[in-house]
Design a protein around this ligand. Structure first.
Ligand code: HEC
Length: 228
């Protein structure tokens, strides 16, 4: 009787272990199947970070490039103080999160002209990204939604993120509708962002706008570039 119970227990333990091992293996395999390896993810439109995570390529890089990577500052040519912000790899290897936030919040000590240019929301976004571990993320925008393109909801936010760092106070100004519309009328806006047609490619020294953002600008221009 006692032996029988022990035997059953032994068998149960063996069966249980086998089930666990099979489950563990199955689970591992499923994970591998579903989550692409980092090398495969560059072209995949999936956000592998938490839902509320900040998207580096779309939300952080453009702000830093347009505000800090001007010639004479933190572009790949000047490399002021050894700091370069034109790509994720440069940024991670030349700048700490602490120093980055100090220069954004600084009101003069570090001599960064950026502190009075970014809005409080933009600084908060960068702080969130730093707090989340300065992760790369990938294209977090999902599919390109061009169903309701407007100046205020689509075009100006792009200009605000990617262009205003340089076009806020001198040269070609893009701070309001009238100024942006003038660049539509003279044909320069689309010519510069499309990197075709012989204009200076914009954003200067940065990466080209995503095809989705270029398409939105085109749709808005083609519909009459209205102040909507
Ligand atoms: C890193 C700085 C920088 C960024 C970022 C930048 N530009 Fe420029 N842009 C310049 C400079 C410098 C010039 C030449 C002087 C001027 O016209 O202001 C220029 C010129 C222009 C011109 C006039 C071109 C001409 O031939 O008359 C347009 C239009 C323009 N930029 C649009 C944009 C747009 C749109 C963006 C954002 C997608 C952008 N720029 C981002 C620096 C920048």
């Amino acid at each position: 009787m006692i032996f029988k119970v022990k035997g059953t227990q032994k068998i149960s333990v063996v069966v249980l272990c086998s089930i666990l091992i099979i489950l563990a293996c199955k689970h591992g395999k499923t994970d591998d199947d579903v989550i692409p390896k980092p090398a495969d993810t560059t072209h995949v439109f999936v956000n592998t970070n938490a839902i509320d995570s900040v998207c580096f390529d779309e939300q952080i890089l453009p702000l830093l490039v347009s505000n800090c990577a001007k010639s004479g500052c933190h572009d790949t040519v000047t490399k002021q103080s050894g700091i370069v912000v034109t790509s994720y790899d440069y940024l991670k290897t030349t700048l700490s999160g602490t120093l980055l936030m100090q220069s954004l919040r600084d009101s003069g000590q570090l001599g960064m002209p950026i502190s009075n240019k970014l809005t409080a929301d933009q600084v908060k976004l960068i702080q969130t990204w730093v707090n989340q571990g300065m992760k790369r993320g990938i294209d977090c925008q999902g599919p390109c939604d061009t169903s309701n393109v407007t100046y205020s909801g689509s075009v100006f936010p792009i200009i605000q993120n990617y262009c205003l760092g340089c076009h806020i106070s001198s040269g070609t100004l893009l701070t309001n509708y009238t100024q942006v519309k003038a660049k539509v009328t003279d044909g320069k806006l689309f010519c510069t962002v499309s990197w075709a047609g012989g204009c200076q490619p914009m954003p200067q020294g940065g990466v080209q706008l995503s095809q989705c953002n270029i398409r939105k600008i085109k749709i808005w221009i083609d519909a009459g570039a209205q102040n909507n």
